[in-house]
Structures are given as structure tokens and as C-alpha cells.
Write a new protein. Sequence first.
Lengths: 770, 165
Amino acid sequence: MTGWRDGGLDPGNSVIGQSCPRVDGVSKVKGKTLFAADLNINGALYCRVLRSQVPNAILRSVDCSEALKVPGVVAVYTAADIPGENRVGIIVKDEPVLVEDRIRRAGDALALVVGRTEEALEEAVRKIQIDYQSQPGVFSVMEAMGEGAPAVHGENNIQSATSIVRGDADAAVSGARVVVTRRYTTQMAEHAYLEPEAGLAAVEDGVIKVWVSTQNPHYDRREISRMLGVGRHRVRVTQAPTGGGFGGKLDISVQCLLALAAFKTGRPVKMVYRREESFVASPKRHPYIIDYTSACDAEGRLLAVKIKIIGDTGAYASYGPATLKRAAVHAAGPYAVPNALIESYCVYTNNPTAGAMRGFGVPQMAFAHEAQMDLLAEALGIDPFTIRLRNCLKPGDITVTGQCLSHSVGIKETIEKARDRAMELGMLGKPAKNYGVGVGCMWYGIGNTGAPNPAGAFLDLLEDGTVVVLTGCADIGQGSDMVLAQIAAEELGVNIENVYVLSGDTGVSPDAGATSASRQTYVSGNAVYSAARQVKEILAREAREILGSGDANLDFRSGFVWRGGKKTEVTVKEIISGCGKKGILTLGSGCFNPPATGLNAEGQGMPYATYSYATQVAEVKVDTETGKVAVIRLVAAHDVGRAINPQSVEGQIEGGCLMGMGYALLEEVNLSGGVIENPRLAEYLLPMSLDAPEIHPVIVEEPESTGPFGAKGVGEPALIPTAAAIANAISKALGIRFCSLPVTPEKILAALEKRDGYLIQSAESTQQRR
Amino acid sequence: MVEMKPFKIISKVNGSTVELGVNPGRRLIDILREDLGLTGTKEGCGEGECGACTVLINGRPVNACLVLAPEMNGKEIITIEGLTPEDELHPIQEAFLEAGAVQCGFCTPGMILTAKALLDKNSDPDEKAVKTAISGNLCRCTGYVKIVAAIRLAAAKLAAREGSI
């Protein structure tokens, strides 16, 4: 077979920027892809969890004796059966695998039943006797932060706080032409990936093997190993093809329970969440309360922001501390703001745990900062695009954390391109009743906030021109396997079909960290790139010897060595066999950690190596009889650095826009005393095909010099400004500002009813000066 | 589940006659996945809301999680595995790949079968008709844009194929 890609060094022969087909596509359309629930081992036992119905209680005892008598039940495990540490958590180890004494939320796992049939498990779960004493819980952040509130953990419900101080915000506010202050509130939301959590586990040759739907197999391995008290080498986690994650499969779901059952019984075990259990047990998007003051001069130039953010992280920290830290860093939006006073709090309550969800605490902030920009523009009579262009970050600007942005700052171009596309589509300047167009901008730091988040990769170039890439990077449907294959193919000059990416298996692939923070194209992409560079260097050394060409610049294309841009007669195959004769293997390993620093006590530092930017424009029509909002069109201009695979980038943008529309208008997890009232797809409203607007993606490429071929990230940015743009469009349509998400028909009808009263209230809180 | 007397079923699944004695309280999705090993039919919600378990019964798209085993009797059932022979791709499947309509892939089998039922009835559906047809199939990844495009592309592919015969 010919592994080498035809064509020379002409940029037209590059696979970067090509919409190569997905490596997993054929299996998926044929229905052959085996997701975790599709896997089986003969004789596998089933597992089911007894979960708490109450949100806060002292657990006195769990009596399993009757459950054990149910025919078909093999074992029932409680906290006492856990051999190692009964605590997991990505940032803070505060969550028990099985509760030993204190229930902190409805949905906490109390006991694990293992048996031969689902029917036996169902009966056994009912027969477990729980003795508990309910305690008063805290169900709002205000309550939780109040004097004498019952503590969910330790002494104080403030899990963590971040503060950013730059310049003198108070002084700048008092000297401003316009000051706008508002409180914004956002809802709890559910990821609702189509595939509920599932996994399979077995013990083979003393190794505990777990196949699971996950976004981070290496993290899963760490937690299983600690929980069982065994070395990490004795745990192998293989990511099963994952049916969506959006941040919700970063935390531990079935992993530890399965590993415990397999370890204890010595038998293969299987577990699949039902949809309701997925709702109840998985983390959610943080609800925020945001108090936001913005101040600008007479031209609309931002002088200062003062922002306080409180996020409800529920019963366990999960990704909460990082979500609230990221919220603070991004609170001012993609604008140059010389004076800032920003504080954010991550607060424990007895509500469902909130963790990572696409956007990681930034969609909430975009809703607030973009409403503020519109309010300032309205006060001064400036166009929404103009005020954003006047304030947006440019190369050389300093962020609120004191980071100088030297390059790849595409916000201005996204504003201009989104505006131009909206103009071409005829969205702008057509005033009609109850019709509005709104703008939303965002920025998003790629990778973890001010913390190391390295990724590794191994690469093996074989003599026939085929390549094997080993990476820990979990492809959860976004297409990272394909992007990594494209990067390897480009660097080594091979056909994309000849790159096999083996991803997400702790038994063979190096740790690539989480598939989160829109980081894998940038971080794992760089790791694969550097592994490929290493192999290329091995080839070049051998080629230089054969060609006798000192340190000439060599490339490998169409199976030949190219010197100084010209094809030679030497084939890459000859080079590899030349290496082989000397006992040199064409293997490479790469590692990349984004160059960033932590934040100091005043929130100053360089929390991210690079940022993606976006502007979206929404066109809506509001039905004032029903309160229903129809989103007609969305234009979404995204600076991704470089689109490695444009079709895939568009796919991310389109999917993000629709999820953002759900967040703006439909989606809300309703709670009553910490218990989810709508844990079903029939009750939690997701956007359907008929709700979907026209979506017009615009790809902007401001290359990032530290990114693979200039790439940054797009997964989360796709969703971040959508709710902001839609909410601003609704405000334009009705002349009423909505400060609470989602903007439901009920809220719209109520606001229309008291429209006059609302306007008086609004005038009071907008202080016009000078 | 209460054990009941096995119910005898004869139906055609993906072109082959299947005879089974099943508990009449079991769901079609479980029979397909567990007894027949047809795991291309996915369970996303178990209450007919998501459409991931869509199969064709006598050509009509149905949520297999809402159908009880006895209802299979005498019917012709097509699952994603039965859409084409083993190593071929149906024009709808080709179109899904070309249009980039596949991300996580969990909704894909159900979506493709719904598309098949639509295109069998309407060889040239407009955007509204496609969106209406797939309104019972949820997708959380794509925003439906490329799925709608894929189904319309499939219609064109099928029309071209008709034309060439």
C-alpha cells in the first residue's frame, strides 16, 4: 500500500484546513460502534445503586440483610466495604463513593447491589433498610453564606473565593459619564448528552479493567486506584466511545462503583444509568448570581467594572472552584478595562452538585457583560457593534489579570465579520414590531486556569508509511481523533487514512488530561505535533547522511525526501530501513503544557497561554400573545486560530449555538428543597429540530504561534455568547431588559404585563451622571 | 417485572425470519439488543422522548422502547444493522458522512432510520419536511444543521441513483 501522501510541498497538498472524514464515521452510521452499554462479557453481573431521596441527613445505618436474601442477588456493598479512600473529586476530594455517615444531597449513593438480573436488583434496592435522621439543609447561596447557616462541609460554606484587583475601580466609577448596575441570575442546567453513563468492569490477571463512557480516563484511573488502595498500574481504564459529554462526564459516575464490584466479586460487572439516574447523579451547570457595575466615558469607552459572582456548587466541589475562578477572569468580557474589582465565590449548598458544563462558568458571565454593554450603548445612543468595537481587546492590550495579549486576538475581526454577515443576510436595520437583533461577544482561555495541564502522546512511524498515535485524549464525539490524525499526517507527509489514533486507554496511552476547557486541539494537538517532529528529526538525520547534505532543511512528501523545497530521489522507505539497519526505531514522544502562570492574591497573572474569541448575532421574533421567542437566525463568527478541520469546526459552532439557545430560552433544572423536579427528557426541555434556527458559522483565523499549525479551540466558545445574543435581541424586540435566564414565555408575559412599572424600576438603577 | 407465560413471536428482523418465545412484558428494544445482539438500537431515555431507539416496523419509524414484544408478531422490523448489507453504505449513510452529520453518534442510527422512512414516502423533502420528520429524534451535538443537510443530500443521491437505472 502507498502510505505517502501524493503531491509536494504546495500548500494545496496540506491536510490542515481540509474537512477530512471522521475516522469513526463509518462505524457510527452503520450502528457498529460499541458504546459502553453495548459491551458485554459472558456472565457479567449487573449493578444498581440505592440513592438518597433526602438532601441532608445523618446516615445511621444501612441494613442489607433482606436485600441479600433476594434470589439472584450476589452482594450488597456499603461504605464499609471500600478498601481504600472513600473520597473522590477532581479538585477537592470531598465526595464519598458510598456515603458512610452524612448525606449531603438527594442522589448520594448509599449502597451498591450486585446481581444476576435487573429484576433482582430492583427488588433488592427496595429491601435495603436505611436509618437516617434528616437535618435542616441550605438550598440557596444567600442562605448558605449567612451567619449560622448549617455547614455542608467543615465550618463554612464558602468553598473558595477569587479576587481580581486592577487599578482603582471605585475612583473610575465615580468619574464616569455612564454607570450601569444590574443583578443577573442564571439557572441550573443539565448536559443531557444522549448517552446515559455506562460501563463494564472485570478483573483479569490481577488488573482491574474498566471500560467506561468518560471524558478523562486517566483521572478515572487515579480515583479507582485510591479507592481500592491498589497501585495505578493495576487499574486500566479504557474510554468506550462516548455519546456526548459537554463536561458532565468529567466527574466519577459508574467508574468506582464498577471497579469496587469487580474487585470484590471477582466477576465481570456492568452498569448503565437510566435517564432519571443520569439527571439525579450527574453534575450540573452552576446557577450564578452576578452583581455587575460597568462605567464608561462619554464615547462609551469602558473605565471600570465592579463585579461580584456567587456560584452554587451544590453538595460537592467537583469543578466548582475552577469554574468560579474562570468566571472571575472572564467577567469583564473581551474588552480592555483599565480598572476592575472582581470577586467570585464558590458556595456549597445541599443542592445537586454543579461542575463543568460547556463554557465552564463563562456563558453566565457573557450573559451579564453583554447586557451591560447594550445598556451602556443605549444610555449613550451608540450602536451595539460600535461600542464593542471601541472596547474590544487588541494585540498589545492588558487584560484584567495583567496579561499582555501580544497576538492572535481576533475579537475585532469576529465583530466585524459577524456584523457584515448579518448585514448581507438582511438582518440589520429592518425595524419591525416585536422583532429584534442582539449581539453577544466572548473570549475564552484555552486550557486550565493558571494550572499545569499537560498532555502526552506517543507516535510510531512504520515502514509502510502508516502511523500509530497513542494519546490519552478522549474523543467524546467532537472529533479529536480526526484532528490529531490530521496533525500527524501533515507533519509526516502521510495519507490521513494511514494514521491510526488509539486514544483514551490508560493501559497504552500517556495521560492527556481532561477533554475539557476546549483544550485538546491545542494541548494534545501540540503533543502529537511534537512527537511527529521528533520522528521527523530521526528521519532527517538519516536522510542527511544518505544525501550528504549537512544540515539542509528537509521535508517528507509523497514518499520522498525533499531538500530545500525540491524533491530528491531518496524515498522515505529507504530512510526508515536505513534507520532499521542501524537499530534506530522511528518512534517519537511528545509532551505539551500550555505556558501559563497562576494568579496572585490580587488575581494578577497569565492564566492562559491563549484565548479564543467570538461574536454572535441573533435575530428573534417574540410572540406577545404567547410569550414564545422564535430565533430566526444566528450568525456565529469564531476566531479559532486555525481551523484544522473546517467542517468539524462548523459542527461545533452549530451544536454550540443550539445548546446555547436551549440555555437562553428553555432549559432549567427545577429544584424543590434540593430535589430535582424534572429529571426526565419529557420535562426538561431541549431544543428540537423544529426549534433550530438558521445558523451561519463564520470561521476567523488569527493564528496562535504556540498552537499546532496556529490552532486554538472552539468547543465551548461555540455556546458561550449565544444566550447573551438572544437575550439582547429579546430586549431590543420588546424594549424590556431581561436579567434572568432562561427567558421563558412566563417571564416575558409577566414583564409585558408590568412593562410600565418595569421601566420605572429600570430608570432608577441606571445612574446617569454629568 | 412479573414472569409471564412465554409469548411466541414470529417476525422478520432485517430480512430474516425470527422465532422467539418471550415474556410479553418485555420491550422490543431489549429483545433487539439482548436476545438478537442488535446493539445499534440505542436507549437514551426509555420513554419515547429522544428517538435514539428508532427502528422501522413495516416501514414506519417507531420508538423501540415503547413497543412491547407481542407487538412484533407478524411484523417486519428493520434496525440500523439491516439497512444495507454488511460492507455497503446506504446513500443516507454516505450523506451523513459527507455532510459531517455525525458527532458522538448516539442519535445517528435512529436519525438515519427516521430519514429512511421519510425518504421512502417523500423523495424530495424541503427543509421544513425534514425538520418535522426528525422532530422526535433528539441530537445534542450538531444543532441539526448538518443532519438536515445530510437528509436532503441523501434525497439527491437517491434521485440520481433512480435516474441512472
